[in-house]
Design a protein around this ligand. Structure first.
Ligand SMILES: Cc1cc2nc3c(=O)[nH]c(=O)nc-3n(C[C@H](O)[C@H](O)[C@H](O)COP(=O)(O)O)c2cc1C
Length: 219
């Protein structure tokens, strides 16, 4: 990712390659691109090895600019990209009324940005957007968004409440309720969620642009 545009990093934790979460995240990133001056990157955690944080505290004493965490797995390059982005969009499916396990592992591993020897509170001020897709309208969407929202708060990141979008802690969409074997991407028919995510991403980009101006990265 270059350094002069607003860098948006989207991460999906769905194991389904081109499923509802992937499409919802794509839609959000396209809405950001439509604002101009934005570059995006998407990472899928599908099939990757993302281990638990083992609370070894290595990051507190031994972290270097090139190695953020002691565990040598697929989280390392992802954490580096998280450290470089301006807007972080975390998209998880709802699993058992909460976020998916692999997303929870990645969030825990981001502790290296809190107490890290090199990366102390390094995500502070970045923009965080939480997205989720659940089968049910009332089956855990809010808890999933809350969990991601609190992770952003712990990092002292900026979140993006948009009253007009009915969105205060992120955007949830519904993929189920009507069983239709011909159409498995029902998230793209959730007009309310699509409108909400457009408004949230518009505001997220505006907030990030203000940050970039303040940091003299753009004029
Ligand atoms: C293990 C598992 C648990 C799930 N638990 C819930 C749940 O608690 N509430 C819900 O609304 N949907 C639940 N779902 C359904 C998914 O959230 C839903 O199908 C979603 O669209 C998945 O998106 P994807 O196809 O992009 O992965 C669950 C699915 C799986 C595989």
């Amino acid at each position: 990712m270059g350094n002069t545009a607003c860098r948006v990093l989207g991460i999906t934790s769905s194991p389904i390659k081109r499923g509802n979460v992937a499409h919802f995240l794509d839609y959000a990133l396209q809405a950001a691109v439509a604002e101009g001056g934005v570059i995006t990157e998407t990472i899928s955690l599908r099939g990757l090895s993302i281990g638990d944080c083992i609370h070894c505290n290595w990051c507190m004493a031994k972290q270097t600019a090139d190695k953020l965490c002691s565990i040598n797995d697929d989280a390392l390059p992802i954490l580096k990209k998280i450290g470089e982005c301006d807007i972080l969009v975390l998209a998880s499916p709802v699993y058992f009324m909460r976020l998916s396990g692999v997303m929870a592992c990645l969030v825990d591993r981001s502790r290296c940005f809190i107490f890290g020897k090199q990366q102390h509170m390094a995500l502070r001020g970045k923009i965080g957007v939480a997205l989720t897709v659940g089968w049910e309208r009332n089956g855990g969407i809010e808890a999933t968004l809350e969990s991601l929202h609190w992770a952003f708060q712990v990092h002292e990141m900026q979140t993006v409440p948009v009253h007009q979008a009915g969105s205060f802690i992120g955007v949830g969409a519904v993929s189920g309720q009507i069983v239709d074997k011909e159409n498995k991407l029902r998230v793209l028919g959730d007009e309310y969620a699509l409108r909400s995510v457009r408004l949230v991403m518009k505001k997220a980009v505006a907030m990030a642009m203000e940050n970039l101006k303040a940091a003299n990265r753009i004029r």
